[in-house]
Design a protein around this ligand. Structure first.
Ligand code: NAD
Ligand code: ZN
Length: 309
């Protein structure tokens, strides 16, 4: 196989100091694989690190190569590794295993772009699992950014009967409707959370049993709690300010379970199965929206010889 000597990387050196630089191509160790990158999604967290130099306790102290939503082709394997496949990458180290184990083979009918979208899709899968979405669930999703939209796709695939989604942006809500949202609520800054909660209940005929908060915005977390049916679940996916004022007594006396979500765990095989079977379609998140200039999820194509999805 002919190796491309190019390894142009996006490196964040410190706050607002983003550079494009060539990096050496590493030689894989016995348990490693070397990938020729194909598609890499830009995540809100990449932008956040660039603009703020940190996300909570995670602070950029040394140059950091960006890009954790990725897929590519195995071009070189260590002596202990066996395959040469198209793969999606799980960008974490949850267990004590070798690097090749974080690559998941993509079936031929799953594109590289879909492979790169498995990372955000995994956040949606984990959030819906934590929330207990099941057949017939009535769900409110706050925020129609990439994470709110993947949560919508997964909630629908898990059998939610009705999904309401909120956002400030009409374009994002139109995309949500296209992806299967039953109702969309346009939020205007200054809307009272309790009034919004009532709107949502009126729309559905009953309050949602589950709310998946995907903005991290204080007023939206307040709406999430007020809107959820007594005995229901609020999952906090959005990560905003360290401290937030929330209606805690309201949550306590109505026995609302508030659950945290941090990324994902054991989601890649399920995500690949859902994409390959066509039960979940993430394609509109990538190319169609970018083509329309809506930019839900921007993809970088790394291989100049292959610009296909
Ligand atoms: P995003 O900024 O693209 O989307 C957020 C959306 O919320 C935007 O469309 C915005 O218009 C909308 N919004 C803002 N204020 C609102 C309000 N008051 N009511 C309704 N909608 C409102 O971000 P994203 O990439 O979709 O990520 C969403 C959040 O999830 C971020 O806070 C991100 O940090 C977080 N996140 C958490 C995890 C995790 O593991 N917990 C993983 C990935 C992302
Ligand atoms: Zn991400």
């Amino acid at each position: 196989m002919v190796m491309d000597p190019d390894n142009l990387s996006v490196v964040l050196h410190s706050l607002k100091d983003l550079r494009l630089e060539q990096r050496p191509i590493p030689e894989p160790g016995p348990n490693d694989v070397l990938l020729r990158m194909h598609s890499v999604g830009i995540c809100g967290s990449d932008v956040h690190y660039w603009q703020n130099g940190r996300i909570g306790d995670f602070v950029v102290t040394k140059p950091m190569v960006l890009g954790h939503e990725a897929s590519g082709t195995v071009v070189k394997v260590g002596s202990a590794v066996k395959t040469c496949d198209r793969v999606a990458i799980e960008p974490g180290v949850p267990r004590d295993m070798d690097d090749a184990n974080f690559c998941y083979k993509l079936p031929d009918n799953v594109t590289f772009e879909e492979g790169a979208l498995i990372e955000p899709l995994s956040v949606g899968i984990h959030a819906c699992r934590r929330a207990g979405v099941t057949l017939g669930s009535i769900v409110l999703i706050c925020g129609a950014g990439p994470i709110g939209l993947v949560s919508l796709l997964v909630a629908k695939a898990m059998g939610a009967s009705k999904v309401v989604i909120t956002d400030l942006s009409q374009e994002r809500l139109s995309m949500a409707k296209k992806l299967g949202a039953d109702y969309a609520v346009t939020i205007t800054k200054g809307n009272a959370p309790q009034a919004l909660a009532k709107n949502v209940a009126d729309m559905l005929g009953a309050p949602p049993q589950i709310t998946i908060e995907c903005t991290g915005v204080e007023s939206s977390i307040q709406t999430a709690i007020y809107a959820t049916q007594s005995g229901g679940v609020v999952v906090l996916v959005g990560l905003g300010a360290e401290m937030a004022t929330i209606p805690l007594v309201n949550a306590a006396v109505r026995e609302i379970d508030i659950r945290g979500v941090f990324r994902y765990c054991n989601t890649w095989p399920m995500a690949i199965a859902m994409l390959a079977s066509g039960k979940v379609n993430v394609k509109p998140l990538a190319f169609e929206t970018t083509k329309q200039g809506l930019g839900i999820k921007v993809m970088i194509k790394c291989d100049k010889n292959d610009q296909n999805p």
